[in-house]
Design a protein around this ligand. Structure first.
Ligand code: SF4
Ligand code: SF4
Length: 428
């Protein structure tokens, strides 16, 4: 089987096809700490792409409540179980970091879904470990919504169960779309070669004219983001709102600039930031210091991939929730969790400015510039590790630029306030 390099695992891995990389890669960062679980993103996607017959179970964007929720139900715990069965006690990380670019989280020493069971001589579609969810598991997109876990609450303990650094009773929302993976399992498993990854933006699409509905993509996608449509007898999946990405919507992008997808644009909690990552010919990320996603993921490392151990090199990244138990978060986001949370709770000046770009405008931001402002706040804070650090907040201004270098947004760290005229027409 060919070998490809997976930087999230910090090592080469087996993949059924030779590596081929796009020029740019669609990617996103979701800040779990800010999500209010309103499902506006879910409905924005639903009302755009999946409102037709046979698509009733298709929630290309879903927001589930962890640890119990999942869509389809048990998607992650089932696959983690299969991997553990295939490699008992072997799914471990060696997180001695040796190279920030090639092994930022250390080395994953376990087996990916491409390495777990199938012999090398098997056909590509049989070389991916997966399973087909049952109809029942596709039934309830928001099962266990807002259901917490942990210690039993006792009268008089109000407040104590929610003390940092880890809440004793906890849950968090996990926002999910297709990760437009660098090594897509859906693509690897398709016996018709109907799935392809676009050269211009790394978006993974299913060619509807080639698909024959064998559901191998549904079985193989570890995130269960390829879905079968019985009325059309083909599989469908998130298309990253590619007409928006191509700047082809004449009403909202008359200048042809790429704009964020519907789920990103609709986000009420301002938790989402979409971007396009520049890549080298060999798949490495180009050194692109002015790109906000490059900063969050590769420089500051506050945003981490979802289940990197599956091996698809997903291009969705998450700022982990600061209140949840670290062991749970580490099995989900890998060994970078503790560092990411430490950096998030007491952010650097640059990080705090970049955080203001989340959901601040519709065009995809390719570059930012920070104009320094005065210091407005200073306080000593205790980090989750117990160390003390001084938090300094500056009222900097951050400017985001679109693909063509146009100023798309300008926002300050301190939100401006406006005093309304007493005789405002809305006054009663
Ligand atoms: S998340 Fe699943 S459907 Fe999306 S590209 Fe990755 S393997 Fe394919
Ligand atoms: S719209 Fe934003 S805040 Fe609301 S559920 Fe979706 S990701 Fe969370």
């Amino acid at each position: 089987m060919p070998t490809v390099y997976n930087w999230q695992l910090g090592r080469p891995m087996e993949y059924p096809y030779d590596a081929a990389y796009p020029r740019y890669q669609f990617a996103f960062v979701f800040n779990i700490n800010r999500c209010i679980g309103c499902q506006t993103c879910t409905m924005a996607c639903r009302s755009t792409w999946t409102f037709s017959s046979g698509q009733e179970h298709m929630w290309w964007n879903n927001v589930e409540t962890k640890p119990y929720g999942g869509y389809p139900q048990f998607w992650d715990s089932k696959l983690l179980g299969l991997l553990d069965q295939a490699n008992p006690d072997g799914q471990v990380w060696n997180n001695i970091k040796t190279d920030p670019r090639l092994k930022p989280y250390g080395v994953f020493e376990g087996k990916t879904i491409f390495e777990a069971t199938h012999p090398a001589e098997a056909a590509p579609q049989n070389r991916v470990l997966g399973y087909l969810p049952t109809d029942r598991e596709w039934r309830s997109p928001n099962i266990y919504e807002d259901t917490g876990t942990g210690a039993t609450w006792k009268p008089g303990e109000y407040g104590k169960t929610a003390a940092l650094p880890e809440h004793k009773i906890w849950f968090f929302y996990l926002q999910r779309i297709c990760n437009h993976c660098t090594y897509p399992a859906c693509l690897a498993a398709c016996p018709r070669q109907a799935i392809y990854k676009r050269q211009e933006d790394g978006v993974v699409l299913i060619d509807q004219s080639r698909c024959r509905g064998y559901k191998k993509c549904v079985e193989a996608c570890p995130y269960k983001k390829a879905m079968y449509r019985p009325t059309a007898k083909v599989s469908e999946k998130c298309v990253a709102c590619y007409p928006r990405l191509e700047g082809r919507d004449e009403i909202i992008t008359p200048d042809g600039e790429p704009i964020e997808s519907r789920c990103m644009s609709a986000c009420v909690g301002k938790i989402r930031l979409q971007g396009l990552i520049r890549k080298e010919y060999d798949g490495r990320w180009s050194n692109d210091p002015g790109n906000p996603l490059h900063y969050l993921i590769r420089e500051e490392q506050v945003a981490l991939p979802l289940y990197p151990q599956f091996g698809t090199e997903p291009n969705g990244f998450y700022i982990p929730p600061r209140w949840a138990p670290r062991a749970y978060l580490e099995q989900m986001f890998g060994p970078g969790v503790e560092q990411a949370i430490e950096r998030y709770v007491c952010p650097s000046r640059e990080l705090l400015a970049i955080m203001q770009l989340f959901r601040a405008t519709r065009p995809v931001i390719f570059r930012y510039k920070i104009l320094q402002g005065p210091k407005i706040f200073e306080r000593e804070v205790t980090l989750p590790s117990g160390k003390k650090k001084t938090l300094e907040i500056f009222n900097d201004t951050i400017i985001g630029y679109s693909k063509n270098g146009r100023e798309a947004v300008r926002v300050t760290v301190e939100e401006p306030t406006f005093e309304r005229d007493k005789q405002h027409p809305n006054s009663i």
